[in-house]
Design a protein around this ligand. Sequence first.
Ligand SMILES: [Zn+2]
Length: 221
Amino acid sequence: MTAPNLTAAPSDVVWAAYTAAVGIPEHAEPADRVAGCARCGHATTVMIPVGQVISRRFTGFESWTNLAGRRLCQVCVWVYRRRPLRVDAHVVTRDPATIRAASPALLHQVLSTPINADTAVIVPLRPGRKHLLPDASWGQVTVDDAGLTWAAADADRLTVMRRLRGHGFTEMMLRQDTPAYPVLSRLPAEQWPQLLDDWHSLGVWRQAGPWFEVGLRASRR
Ligand SMILES: [Zn+2]
């Protein structure tokens, strides 16, 4: 058996998540590419054939780094088999390694500033449909089929969205180009200019589907 080689352990999001949730994996240097994990290229003392882990309908091969491999390491087996990872939003950090299931409150906390380079946020927009954690990158929000940057302007829009929800606008209403009159008419007229400014400032997000959807999830109460 090869001794665990911790210094060379990969620093991708999946390995950090596994380390935080399960423990430090027994990392081994594969003898050749065929012996390495098909997804991450590394090896652990336990390796499982790809066909026993993913279904025949699996389509996420774009992020696999070692298509010569025929097996998956215990870290990658874990990421594909643990159903909550596919269903719930998560926040992963690498130093120290942590993984947290993300409630709207936690999502809001993390996304109220630009994402730093040691954090990855995973938000399944259609929970359970796809494995998102294997495609996650540091400093990004990973949603179905895309990795999103999250800049200061996005953090600001999230604040605006939360403020508008506080006035009573529903998610359906927020999708419209103009504020719904029944809600608007209940608010003091002196608040209208600010509110219309707020509404207008979400226009960029309305044109950019995934950011808007992440904002909705991070502004739920
Ligand atoms: Zn692997």
